[in-house]
Design a protein around this ligand. Structure first.
Ligand code: MG
Length: 373
């Protein structure tokens, strides 16, 4: 199949899922009893210190939500993003704000999704958690996996990269050795020693690499010099080379870069895509940035229409949120869904990572087992 045909099909699948989803939702939510909401905050201990251009963490604090109705429950997870001033406590406070809408009528909440926007303009991770919990609940109520509910085929699930956070070069090398089964690694850079980092990684593996600067290169000249040096080092593409708001500099960089450029911090939702599309080759879509599965599907359709490549990424998350993102991977070109592997705390079992292949299961909803409430 030609690439153009494939992209057309992917776009149609994305748009189709929105059309077919609504009747399924209506059926699941018809009648029924009272809805209750439970909220929990949990600290996730990390396998290794997690270093990015903007800081280093040894634990992450995520917020969890459980929607229960008719003897069925749905679970959601918020991995708050510090860059957008989000915290687990803020996510939990948002769940409380949403509680009256949810407990009044779950159907009303589902169809008036925009009402959540009026409760808080941000809290994207908390919104993602509620969307996740709703779809988990609907899937369980209808006894259908979420990937099937969205019109997708689990055989299309992708392989994931394994991310190497910024650290001393020997520590970064050790992480590659500790996770030998991955076909592609994602390397975090954005320091003064980026060339040493890439040379150090290249000393221990010849596999393809993807590089994420997390806005760490501060001028277009610095970004171009680094990118064109990396083009000779077996790098597939560069994620977010410069600060998100430098749109004019991105236009300059795109004309000169020897490697494809992917946007991450430069976008959140579907409405951002037309504005930034001319300056990037691809996008990194994350549930925690965009506010959930339904918005992610809208983003896929918009991005494909504009000819962009797509990766789906994550924060440090348990297998709950990773399973939600993994269900969408048949719509994407690349997946970076290793948040559950980066965490030493994972109370859930869901999508499996077999070597580096994401393996979706046939259990209803998000296909996740585990109890924390
Ligand atoms: Mg990134």
């Amino acid at each position: 199949m030609k690439r153009k045909e494939f992209l057309g099909l992917a776009g149609a699948a994305a748009a189709g899922s929105l059309v077919t989803f609504r009747p399924a939702l209506a059926q699941a939510l018809a009648g029924g009893g009272k809805t209750t909401l439970s909220v929990k905050i949990m600290d996730l201990k990390l396998q290794y210190a997690w270093g990015l251009s903007r800081g280093t963490w040894t634990t992450r604090r995520n917020a969890f939500v459980k929607i229960e109705r008719d003897g069925v429950y749905g679970l959601g997870e918020a991995a708050p993003i510090a860059r957008y001033d989000e915290t687990a406590e803020g996510a939990a406070a948002f769940f409380e704000k949403a509680r009256p809408v949810l407990e009044r009528d779950l159907w009303e909440y589902a169809v008036r999704w925009n009402e959540l926007e009026t409760l808080a303009p941000t809290e994207h991770a908390a919104k993602a958690a509620l969307d996740m919990a709703l779809l988990d609940w609907v899937g369980k109520k209808l006894q259908v996996p979420v990937w099937k509910l969205l019109g997708l085929n689990k055989a299309g699930a992708l392989k994931t990269t394994y991310s190497i956070g910024i650290d001393e070069v020997p520590v970064m090398q050790e992480k590659i050795r500790a996770y030998p089964d991955f076909s592609v690694y994602k390397i975090k850079v954005g320091t003064k020693d980026d060339r040493k980092i890439i040379e150090g990684i290249r000393a221990v593996t010849s596999k393809p690499l993807r590089v994420d600067a997390n806005e760490g290169w501060k001028t277009k000249e610095e970004a171009l010099e680094n990118i064109n040096w990396m083009a000779g080092m077996g790098i597939e593409y560069i994620e977010q080379p410069m600060p998100a708001d430098r749109i004019e500099d991105f236009a300059w960089l795109k004309q000169r870069s020897k490697l494809p450029l992917y946007a991450d911090e430069s976008l959140m939702k579907a409405s951002d895509i037309p504005r930034i599309a001319p300056y990037f080759d691809g996008l990194n879509i994350k549930l925690m940035k965009c506010g959930g599965i339904q918005e992610a599907v809208r983003m896929v359709a918009m991005a494909r229409a504009l000819g962009l490549k797509l990766m789906i990424g994550c924060m440090v998350e348990t297998s709950l949120a990773i399973s939600a993102a993994a269900a969408l991977t048949p719509l994407f070109d690349h997946a970076d869904l290793d948040g559950n592997l980066l965490s030493a705390t994972d109370p859930f079992k869901g999508v499996k990572t077999v070597k580096d292949q994401l393996v979706l299961n046939d259990r209803p909803g998000l296909g996740v087992e585990g109890e924390i409430f």
